[in-house]
Design a binder for this molecule. Structure first.
Ligand SMILES: C[S@@+](CC[C@H](N)C(=O)[O-])C[C@H]1O[C@@H](n2cnc3c(N)ncnc32)[C@H](O)[C@@H]1O
Length: 131
């Protein structure tokens, strides 16, 4: 399973972080975390629908809004930005790793092999009461 940090006890925590970043595979991360069972939209108990619900409620409060939202450390994901769209004129996704930025560019360009975020977009539309 792809994690952000190594579990090898012989490594210093800095080494472990460095190694985790060097070997990070966005595709494996997305497959591990953003497809069922973790992204099971039929259950509100599931972690991904729960995160989307929290984000939808937070942005619906109207307390977080502005011109530019900078998401520092987006990783290879955009689900965290969906409920923010109506509350900011511009959203900037950023990440330390080129592999993650490239994964996001693939989605923006609609290239083959890009991760399919449409179930997430549909779910957010549903919980926000949109068609
Ligand atoms: C927890 S992950 C992102 C997770 C993803 N948004 C999600 O919800 O699954 C944190 C990200 O922050 C990035 N990161 C760490 N330090 C950073 C920095 N100083 N500037 C930008 N990105 C950074 C890492 O490359 C990593 O992709």
């Amino acid at each position: 399973m792809q994690h952000w940090h190594s579990a090898d006890p012989a490594m210093s925590s800095l080494d472990a972080i460095r190694e985790g970043y060097a070997r990070f595979d966005p595709h494996a991360y997305l497959q591990n975390n953003y497809v069922p069972p973790r992204a099971d939209f039929s259950s509100e108990e599931c972690v991904v629908p729960w995160k989307l619900r929290c984000l939808a409620e937070t942005f619906a409060s109207g307390e977080i809004c502005g011109r530019t939202l900078i998401d520092v450390g987006s990783g290879p994901t955009i689900y965290q930005l969906l409920s923010a769209c109506d509350h900011f004129e511009e959203i900037v996704a950023t990440d330390f790793l080129e592999v993650n930025r490239e994964e996001l560019r693939r989605w923006v360009r609609g290239e083959p092999g890009a991760f399919d975020w449409s179930p997430f977009i549909q779910h957010v539309c549903k919980i926000e009461g949109r068609g």
